[in-house]
Design a binder for this molecule. Structure first.
Ligand code: C5P
Length: 357
């Protein structure tokens, strides 16, 4: 990956010059910090490659911590999510401070103006934040009522729901070729997921039918909330007035801290019995950092690219996880579904990028 960083260091500098005001006078023009700069191709590659690698590392680390720790020694997922949200919020404050050239007066003035005294804007950003929180809970309902294979395959419908929301909210139009790429991406990831799907457990048929209806409804709802949240967030970044990018993130993640705190309260009896940081090892801290930084890279992808590029990066990350898991975990294998799915994903990415719309 070193070669990327060499290019990026150079292009990144230029991008940062466009992104960050050079002196305090520049900051007076609010549009300078609010409008997205025109990033170079290399900078976009850097952002999307970073997102892909961070999510791959996150998934592998979480898999590792789950498989190597006894259930009674397991950390609480709700505290991990809470710590990641707090980390995202701290980083967004730090990035905005940097964007203000470490000038305390400028920083406080802008935070006051755009964050503390802008409740309407905060309310707008609470929409995707709470939609993501709802999605995480619906994911849990889906996973508990369906077998993992069915869940992972049906959840890929969110690629299509995302494209539909992009048409609706962002006024995007996709050519027939791009629709083909979107569908190929959805089927490709579904096939890759089928590769590792454990065999369905046999349940009583009545119970199974009921679980299926609950589980499938949750998955369909999660596809709607995921697509909706992502596109709303993108709209706020690209079309949401003069609020600076890092302030948008502050608004989003402050709501994230609130919803993660509520989840911790729900989990209170376990947390109070065992302690907030129970089961935290170096690898669990790594999970927190990767989850936090991974979320911020999603923001960057949505700012400089769009939601569908994010879906493509997630698809590549899912494939990388399977390939790397083969080296780390003894029970992972690669079959026909994986090969077919990977071919579909590669074709989808090429097809999507073969037209300039
Ligand atoms: O399922 P999906 O890929 O849409 O999930 C995205 C995840 O990334 C959500 O859990 C959300 O909390 C997180 N996210 C983030 N920052 C953003 C957008 C999404 O942390 N700007």
């Amino acid at each position: 990956m070193k070669f990327q960083n060499v290019h990026i260091a150079h292009d990144d500098e230029k991008d940062r010059e466009k992104l960050l005001p050079l002196n305090n006078d520049d900051l007076k023009d609010e549009k300078d910090i609010a409008s997205p700069s025109r990033p170079s191709f290399a900078f976009k590659c850097y952002v999307i490659a970073s997102m892909t690698f961070i999510w791959t590392a996150y998934t592998l680390t979480i898999k590792y911590t789950r498989s190597s720790v006894e259930p009674e020694q397991m950390y609480s997922a709700t505290t991990v999510v809470f710590c990641a949200e707090v980390l995202k919020l701290i980083i967004t404050f730090a990035m905005f401070y940097k964007e203000c050239n470490f000038n305390n007066a400028q920083f406080l003035e802008k935070v006051n103006q755009y964050f503390l005294n802008a409740p309407k804007e905060l309310a707008k950003m609470s929409v995707p934040s709470f939609a993501y929180a709802l999605q995480n809970n619906l994911d849990f309902v889906g996973l508990s009522n369906l077998d993992a294979g069915v869940y992972q395959v049906t959840t890929q419908l969110k690629v299509v729901s995302t494209a539909l929301f992009m048409m609706l909210f962002l006024g995007r139009k996709f050519s027939a070729r791009r629709w083909m790429a979107i569908c190929l991406l959805m089927f490709g990831v579904a096939f890759v997921q089928m590769n590792n799907a454990p065999a369905a457990e046999s349940k009583q048929s009545g119970e199974k039918a009921e679980n299926y209806i609950i589980g499938l409804s949750a998955v369909l709802a999660t596809c709607v909330t995921a697509g909706f949240a992502g596109v709303w967030f993108e709209k706020m970044l690209k079309d949401g007035g003069s609020t600076p990018f890092w302030i948008r993130n502050m608004q989003m993640y402050s709501c994230g801290v609130i919803s993660a705190s509520i989840a911790c309260l729900v989990d209170y009896s376990r947390i109070s019995e065992k302690g907030f940081f129970f089961g935290y090892t170096d690898k669990v801290y790594a999970v927190v950092i990767l989850l936090g930084v991974g979320g911020l890279y999603i923001s960057l992808v949505m700012r400089y690219l769009d939601n569908l590029y994010k879906s493509m990066a997630s698809a590549v990350s899912i494939i990388l996880v399977v390939v790397l898991s083969m080296l780390i975990f003894p029970d992972v294998f690669v079959g026909m579904y994986f090969v077919l799915g990977t071919m579909f994903v590669v074709l989808a990415v090429l097809l999507y990028n073969s037209v300039n719309e």
